[in-house]
Design a protein around this ligand. Structure first.
Ligand code: I3S
Length: 126
């Protein structure tokens, strides 16, 4: 896909394996399906790999357009009622989709929290 080509063009700024699930889609609750996903932050986009090898496709989440307070999205620590897991971040998009991302390793998820909040807050809006 085109995202694979993009990845080869520019160095990624952060990557790693996270546990990911959608909990809401277009404002409607959906059944959780936690999956371990290779995740890449590139510029102001977050990419989640689906599948492996030549069958890999990328779910593309443009952070500034989807998650910043300007567009009424958010990045925050998930409240306990969202998951029994530890170290869970909730991503809410302007379109009413909510994702949870999680790692068992607190330094890993803390780094992701910092980089995601930095990405959506340091952008200068014109
Ligand atoms: O928020 P929920 O519904 O308690 O989420 C749990 C369930 O989705 C469960 O799957 P099934 O109900 O389809 O068997 C998952 O295995 C759990 O991981 C979900 O909860 P956590 O608390 O792990 O996010």
């Amino acid at each position: 896909s085109t995202y694979v080509l993009d990845l080869n063009d520019k160095p990624s700024e952060k990557c790693g394996v996270l546990n990911v699930t959608k909990i809401t889609e277009n404002g409607k609750k959906v059944r959780k399906n936690w999956t371990s996903s290779w995740t890449v932050l590139q510029g102001s986009s977050l990419l989640f790999a689906k599948g492996q090898g030549s069958g890999t496709s990328w779910v593309h989440l443009p952070l500034l357009l989807s998650l910043s307070w300007k567009t009424r999205g958010s990045v925050d620590w998930a409240s306990k009622d969202k998951s029994s897991k530890k170290h869970v971040i909730e991503l809410k998009t302007r379109q009413g989709t909510e994702l949870l991302i999680q790692s068992e390793i607190d330094s890993v998820i803390n780094d992701w929290f910092r980089v995601l909040t930095d990405t959506i807050s340091t952008h200068v809006w014109e």
